[in-house]
Write a protein that binds this ligand. Structure first.
Ligand code: GLV
Length: 320
Protein backbone atom coordinates (compact mmCIF):
# COMPACT_ATOMS: atom_id res chain seq x y z
CA UNK A 1 0.00 0.00 0.00
CA UNK A 2 1.38 3.38 -0.99
CA UNK A 3 0.51 6.80 0.34
CA UNK A 4 -0.99 9.32 -2.05
CA UNK A 5 -1.33 12.90 -0.83
CA UNK A 6 -3.93 14.92 -2.71
CA UNK A 7 -3.29 18.61 -2.17
CA UNK A 8 -6.86 19.85 -2.64
CA UNK A 9 -10.42 18.73 -3.30
CA UNK A 10 -10.84 16.70 -6.49
CA UNK A 11 -13.90 14.86 -7.85
CA UNK A 12 -14.53 11.67 -5.90
CA UNK A 13 -14.00 9.23 -8.84
CA UNK A 14 -10.32 10.25 -8.81
CA UNK A 15 -10.00 9.49 -5.10
CA UNK A 16 -12.01 6.26 -5.49
CA UNK A 17 -9.66 4.96 -8.20
CA UNK A 18 -6.71 5.40 -5.84
CA UNK A 19 -8.50 3.90 -2.81
CA UNK A 20 -9.94 0.99 -4.81
CA UNK A 21 -6.39 0.11 -5.84
CA UNK A 22 -5.63 -0.25 -2.13
CA UNK A 23 -3.66 2.95 -1.57
CA UNK A 24 -3.82 5.16 1.48
CA UNK A 25 -5.21 8.47 0.23
CA UNK A 26 -4.67 11.55 2.31
CA UNK A 27 -6.82 14.24 0.70
CA UNK A 28 -7.12 17.86 1.75
CA UNK A 29 -10.88 18.22 1.97
CA UNK A 30 -11.39 21.89 2.79
CA UNK A 31 -12.89 24.31 0.25
CA UNK A 32 -10.00 26.75 0.73
CA UNK A 33 -6.50 25.93 -0.57
CA UNK A 34 -4.14 24.22 1.83
CA UNK A 35 -1.57 26.48 3.51
CA UNK A 36 2.05 26.03 2.55
CA UNK A 37 3.02 24.95 6.08
CA UNK A 38 0.26 22.37 6.26
CA UNK A 39 1.20 21.08 2.82
CA UNK A 40 4.87 20.73 3.76
CA UNK A 41 3.81 18.72 6.83
CA UNK A 42 1.30 16.56 4.95
CA UNK A 43 3.52 15.46 2.09
CA UNK A 44 6.07 13.87 4.42
CA UNK A 45 6.23 10.17 3.52
CA UNK A 46 4.10 10.47 0.36
CA UNK A 47 4.80 8.09 -2.51
CA UNK A 48 2.76 10.23 -4.88
CA UNK A 49 1.53 13.82 -4.67
CA UNK A 50 -1.61 14.60 -6.67
CA UNK A 51 -1.38 18.36 -7.01
CA UNK A 52 -3.64 21.22 -7.99
CA UNK A 53 -2.42 24.24 -9.93
CA UNK A 54 -2.72 26.40 -6.82
CA UNK A 55 0.15 24.51 -5.13
CA UNK A 56 3.80 25.24 -5.84
CA UNK A 57 5.68 21.97 -6.22
CA UNK A 58 9.30 22.97 -5.82
CA UNK A 59 12.54 21.55 -4.41
CA UNK A 60 11.53 22.43 -0.85
CA UNK A 61 8.27 20.51 -1.16
CA UNK A 62 9.86 17.53 -2.90
CA UNK A 63 12.45 17.32 -0.12
CA UNK A 64 9.73 17.64 2.52
CA UNK A 65 8.05 14.61 0.95
CA UNK A 66 11.22 12.53 1.16
CA UNK A 67 13.29 10.25 -1.08
CA UNK A 68 10.50 7.65 -1.45
CA UNK A 69 8.44 10.12 -3.53
CA UNK A 70 7.87 8.66 -7.00
CA UNK A 71 5.49 10.98 -8.78
CA UNK A 72 3.80 14.36 -8.84
CA UNK A 73 0.54 14.14 -10.78
CA UNK A 74 -0.89 17.55 -11.59
CA UNK A 75 -4.65 17.84 -12.05
CA UNK A 76 -4.17 20.42 -14.82
CA UNK A 77 -2.69 20.59 -18.28
CA UNK A 78 -0.56 23.63 -17.37
CA UNK A 79 2.31 22.68 -15.07
CA UNK A 80 4.07 25.96 -14.41
CA UNK A 81 3.38 25.29 -10.71
CA UNK A 82 5.80 22.33 -10.86
CA UNK A 83 9.58 22.62 -10.92
CA UNK A 84 10.02 19.83 -13.46
CA UNK A 85 13.84 20.04 -13.33
CA UNK A 86 13.77 19.56 -9.55
CA UNK A 87 11.52 16.52 -10.05
CA UNK A 88 13.89 15.10 -12.64
CA UNK A 89 16.93 15.60 -10.37
CA UNK A 90 15.18 13.55 -7.71
CA UNK A 91 13.93 10.84 -10.04
CA UNK A 92 10.33 11.95 -9.50
CA UNK A 93 7.97 11.50 -12.48
CA UNK A 94 5.80 14.54 -13.25
CA UNK A 95 2.50 14.21 -15.11
CA UNK A 96 -0.29 16.52 -16.29
CA UNK A 97 -3.75 16.10 -17.82
CA UNK A 98 -3.67 17.05 -21.51
CA UNK A 99 -6.54 16.23 -23.85
CA UNK A 100 -9.40 15.86 -21.40
CA UNK A 101 -9.87 19.62 -20.95
CA UNK A 102 -9.32 20.69 -24.55
CA UNK A 103 -12.98 21.15 -25.49
CA UNK A 104 -14.03 22.81 -22.23
CA UNK A 105 -11.22 25.36 -22.47
CA UNK A 106 -11.79 26.04 -26.16
CA UNK A 107 -15.48 26.60 -25.35
CA UNK A 108 -14.52 29.20 -22.75
CA UNK A 109 -12.17 30.96 -25.18
CA UNK A 110 -14.98 31.09 -27.77
CA UNK A 111 -17.38 32.35 -25.10
CA UNK A 112 -14.93 35.13 -24.18
CA UNK A 113 -14.61 36.11 -27.85
CA UNK A 114 -18.39 36.43 -28.11
CA UNK A 115 -18.75 38.12 -24.72
CA UNK A 116 -16.08 40.67 -25.57
CA UNK A 117 -17.06 41.50 -29.12
CA UNK A 118 -20.81 41.56 -28.37
CA UNK A 119 -20.52 43.34 -25.01
CA UNK A 120 -22.49 40.63 -23.22
CA UNK A 121 -21.16 41.13 -19.69
CA UNK A 122 -21.70 44.87 -20.00
CA UNK A 123 -25.29 44.27 -21.13
CA UNK A 124 -25.92 41.90 -18.27
CA UNK A 125 -24.55 44.43 -15.80
CA UNK A 126 -26.86 47.08 -17.24
CA UNK A 127 -29.95 44.97 -16.60
CA UNK A 128 -28.86 43.89 -13.14
CA UNK A 129 -28.17 47.52 -12.23
CA UNK A 130 -31.90 48.09 -12.81
CA UNK A 131 -31.06 50.89 -15.24
CA UNK A 132 -33.94 51.95 -17.49
CA UNK A 133 -33.33 50.68 -21.02
CA UNK A 134 -35.09 50.21 -24.29
CA UNK A 135 -34.19 48.50 -27.54
CA UNK A 136 -32.41 51.02 -29.72
CA UNK A 137 -30.89 50.92 -33.20
CA UNK A 138 -27.58 52.10 -31.85
CA UNK A 139 -27.71 50.57 -28.42
CA UNK A 140 -24.55 48.74 -27.28
CA UNK A 141 -23.29 47.93 -30.75
CA UNK A 142 -20.49 45.41 -30.82
CA UNK A 143 -18.27 44.03 -33.57
CA UNK A 144 -19.28 41.05 -35.73
CA UNK A 145 -16.83 38.17 -35.92
CA UNK A 146 -17.81 36.76 -39.32
CA UNK A 147 -14.86 37.28 -41.63
CA UNK A 148 -12.73 38.58 -38.76
CA UNK A 149 -9.22 37.19 -38.35
CA UNK A 150 -8.56 35.15 -35.21
CA UNK A 151 -4.87 35.09 -34.33
CA UNK A 152 -4.07 32.06 -32.17
CA UNK A 153 -0.83 32.20 -30.19
CA UNK A 154 0.15 28.59 -29.42
CA UNK A 155 -1.43 26.05 -31.77
CA UNK A 156 -1.59 23.04 -29.45
CA UNK A 157 -4.71 20.98 -28.84
CA UNK A 158 -6.68 23.85 -27.32
CA UNK A 159 -5.62 26.32 -30.04
CA UNK A 160 -6.77 23.87 -32.72
CA UNK A 161 -10.06 23.19 -30.92
CA UNK A 162 -10.73 26.94 -30.71
CA UNK A 163 -9.87 27.34 -34.40
CA UNK A 164 -12.47 24.69 -35.31
CA UNK A 165 -15.11 26.53 -33.32
CA UNK A 166 -14.11 29.87 -34.81
CA UNK A 167 -14.31 28.48 -38.36
CA UNK A 168 -17.91 27.48 -37.65
CA UNK A 169 -18.53 31.13 -36.76
CA UNK A 170 -17.07 32.23 -40.11
CA UNK A 171 -13.73 33.47 -38.78
CA UNK A 172 -10.44 33.35 -40.64
CA UNK A 173 -7.62 31.60 -38.77
CA UNK A 174 -4.02 32.71 -38.37
CA UNK A 175 -1.61 31.27 -35.85
CA UNK A 176 1.82 31.67 -34.45
CA UNK A 177 3.67 28.72 -32.95
CA UNK A 178 7.19 27.35 -32.52
CA UNK A 179 6.59 25.31 -35.67
CA UNK A 180 3.83 25.00 -38.26
CA UNK A 181 1.06 22.61 -37.28
CA UNK A 182 0.23 19.41 -39.14
CA UNK A 183 -0.48 20.05 -42.82
CA UNK A 184 -3.79 18.20 -42.59
CA UNK A 185 -4.91 20.41 -39.67
CA UNK A 186 -3.67 23.61 -41.33
CA UNK A 187 -5.53 22.65 -44.53
CA UNK A 188 -8.72 21.74 -42.67
CA UNK A 189 -8.67 25.12 -40.92
CA UNK A 190 -7.29 27.03 -43.90
CA UNK A 191 -4.94 28.50 -41.29
CA UNK A 192 -2.06 30.88 -42.06
CA UNK A 193 1.18 30.41 -40.16
CA UNK A 194 2.45 33.87 -39.23
CA UNK A 195 5.26 35.41 -37.26
CA UNK A 196 4.14 36.87 -33.95
CA UNK A 197 4.61 40.40 -35.39
CA UNK A 198 2.42 39.66 -38.40
CA UNK A 199 -0.19 37.96 -36.26
CA UNK A 200 -0.42 40.89 -33.84
CA UNK A 201 -0.61 43.48 -36.60
CA UNK A 202 -3.31 41.75 -38.64
CA UNK A 203 -5.62 39.94 -36.20
CA UNK A 204 -9.00 41.22 -35.08
CA UNK A 205 -8.87 38.93 -32.07
CA UNK A 206 -5.69 37.56 -30.50
CA UNK A 207 -6.23 34.47 -28.32
CA UNK A 208 -3.44 33.06 -26.13
CA UNK A 209 -2.95 29.29 -25.85
CA UNK A 210 0.74 28.89 -25.09
CA UNK A 211 2.13 27.33 -21.91
CA UNK A 212 3.52 29.68 -19.28
CA UNK A 213 7.30 29.52 -18.78
CA UNK A 214 10.12 32.06 -18.39
CA UNK A 215 10.05 32.29 -22.23
CA UNK A 216 6.40 33.36 -22.31
CA UNK A 217 6.46 35.64 -19.26
CA UNK A 218 4.87 38.94 -20.41
CA UNK A 219 4.80 37.69 -23.98
CA UNK A 220 2.10 40.33 -24.39
CA UNK A 221 3.32 43.65 -23.05
CA UNK A 222 3.39 47.27 -24.27
CA UNK A 223 5.11 46.74 -27.66
CA UNK A 224 2.83 43.82 -28.54
CA UNK A 225 -0.32 45.67 -27.46
CA UNK A 226 0.76 48.69 -29.48
CA UNK A 227 1.35 46.44 -32.48
CA UNK A 228 -2.28 45.22 -32.36
CA UNK A 229 -5.09 46.91 -34.27
CA UNK A 230 -6.90 49.56 -32.25
CA UNK A 231 -10.10 47.62 -33.00
CA UNK A 232 -8.67 44.29 -31.78
CA UNK A 233 -9.48 42.20 -28.70
CA UNK A 234 -7.13 40.13 -26.54
CA UNK A 235 -8.36 36.83 -25.09
CA UNK A 236 -6.41 34.93 -22.42
CA UNK A 237 -7.38 31.46 -21.22
CA UNK A 238 -3.75 30.29 -20.88
CA UNK A 239 -1.96 31.65 -17.81
CA UNK A 240 -2.18 35.15 -16.35
CA UNK A 241 1.51 36.12 -16.40
CA UNK A 242 1.69 35.60 -20.17
CA UNK A 243 0.14 39.09 -20.21
CA UNK A 244 1.66 42.13 -18.53
CA UNK A 245 -1.54 43.24 -16.80
CA UNK A 246 -0.32 46.78 -16.05
CA UNK A 247 0.57 47.21 -19.74
CA UNK A 248 -2.86 45.87 -20.71
CA UNK A 249 -4.60 48.42 -18.47
CA UNK A 250 -2.50 51.21 -19.99
CA UNK A 251 -3.27 50.01 -23.54
CA UNK A 252 -7.01 49.91 -22.83
CA UNK A 253 -6.83 53.32 -21.20
CA UNK A 254 -5.06 54.74 -24.27
CA UNK A 255 -7.50 53.05 -26.68
CA UNK A 256 -4.69 51.03 -28.22
CA UNK A 257 -6.89 47.93 -28.33
CA UNK A 258 -10.68 47.62 -28.18
CA UNK A 259 -11.04 45.20 -25.29
CA UNK A 260 -10.02 42.00 -23.55
CA UNK A 261 -11.56 38.79 -22.29
CA UNK A 262 -9.64 37.23 -19.41
CA UNK A 263 -10.06 33.90 -17.65
CA UNK A 264 -6.67 34.03 -15.95
CA UNK A 265 -4.77 36.75 -14.09
CA UNK A 266 -1.20 37.68 -13.45
CA UNK A 267 -1.39 37.46 -9.66
CA UNK A 268 -4.34 35.11 -9.36
CA UNK A 269 -6.69 35.34 -7.53
CA UNK A 270 -5.91 39.08 -7.41
CA UNK A 271 -7.12 41.07 -10.39
CA UNK A 272 -5.43 44.34 -11.36
CA UNK A 273 -7.57 47.16 -9.94
CA UNK A 274 -7.36 48.98 -13.27
CA UNK A 275 -9.37 46.20 -14.94
CA UNK A 276 -12.21 45.96 -12.48
CA UNK A 277 -14.30 48.96 -13.52
CA UNK A 278 -13.71 48.79 -17.25
CA UNK A 279 -16.62 47.92 -19.50
CA UNK A 280 -14.27 46.91 -22.31
CA UNK A 281 -12.98 43.96 -20.29
CA UNK A 282 -14.69 40.65 -19.53
CA UNK A 283 -13.38 38.98 -16.37
CA UNK A 284 -14.13 35.40 -15.34
CA UNK A 285 -12.47 33.42 -12.52
CA UNK A 286 -10.27 30.77 -14.22
CA UNK A 287 -13.16 28.62 -15.46
CA UNK A 288 -11.45 27.10 -18.52
CA UNK A 289 -11.87 23.48 -17.46
CA UNK A 290 -14.71 24.02 -15.02
CA UNK A 291 -17.33 21.48 -16.06
CA UNK A 292 -18.30 18.49 -13.95
CA UNK A 293 -17.38 16.12 -16.79
CA UNK A 294 -14.02 17.73 -17.46
CA UNK A 295 -12.93 18.06 -13.85
CA UNK A 296 -13.93 14.43 -13.27
CA UNK A 297 -11.91 13.35 -16.32
CA UNK A 298 -8.93 15.39 -15.07
CA UNK A 299 -9.10 13.81 -11.60
CA UNK A 300 -9.35 10.29 -12.96
CA UNK A 301 -6.51 10.86 -15.46
CA UNK A 302 -4.29 12.17 -12.65
CA UNK A 303 -5.23 9.10 -10.57
CA UNK A 304 -4.43 6.78 -13.51
CA UNK A 305 -1.08 8.50 -13.86
CA UNK A 306 -0.39 7.89 -10.17
CA UNK A 307 -1.47 4.25 -10.41
CA UNK A 308 0.68 3.69 -13.50
CA UNK A 309 3.77 4.94 -11.71
CA UNK A 310 3.02 2.96 -8.55
CA UNK A 311 2.36 -0.23 -10.52
CA UNK A 312 5.55 0.22 -12.52
CA UNK A 313 3.72 0.32 -15.87
CA UNK A 314 4.40 4.04 -16.28
CA UNK A 315 2.18 7.12 -16.39
CA UNK A 316 -0.41 7.71 -19.11
CA UNK A 317 0.46 11.36 -19.72
CA UNK A 318 3.97 12.19 -18.48
CA UNK A 319 5.34 15.69 -18.81
CA UNK A 320 8.08 15.17 -21.38
C1 GLV B 1 -6.10 24.85 -16.13
O1 GLV B 1 -5.84 26.00 -16.12
C2 GLV B 1 -5.17 23.83 -16.52
O2 GLV B 1 -4.01 24.12 -16.82
O3 GLV B 1 -5.58 22.67 -16.53
Amino acid sequence: MSTVVVTGRIPQPGVDLLRDAGHHVLAWDEPTPISRDELLRRVAGADVIVSLLTERIDAELLDAAGPQLRAVCNVAVGYNNIDVAACRERGVTATNTPGVLTDATADIAMALILMSTRRLAEGERLIRAREPWQWGMFMMLGSGIQGARLGIVGMGQIGVALARRARAFGMEIAYSNRKPCDTAVADELDASYLSMDELLATSDIVSLHCPYSPDTHHLISTPQLQAMKRSAYLINTARGPVVDEAALVAALEAGEIAGAGLDVFEKEPEVHAGLLDRDDVVLIPHLGSATIETRTAMATLAARNALGVLAGSGPVTPIS
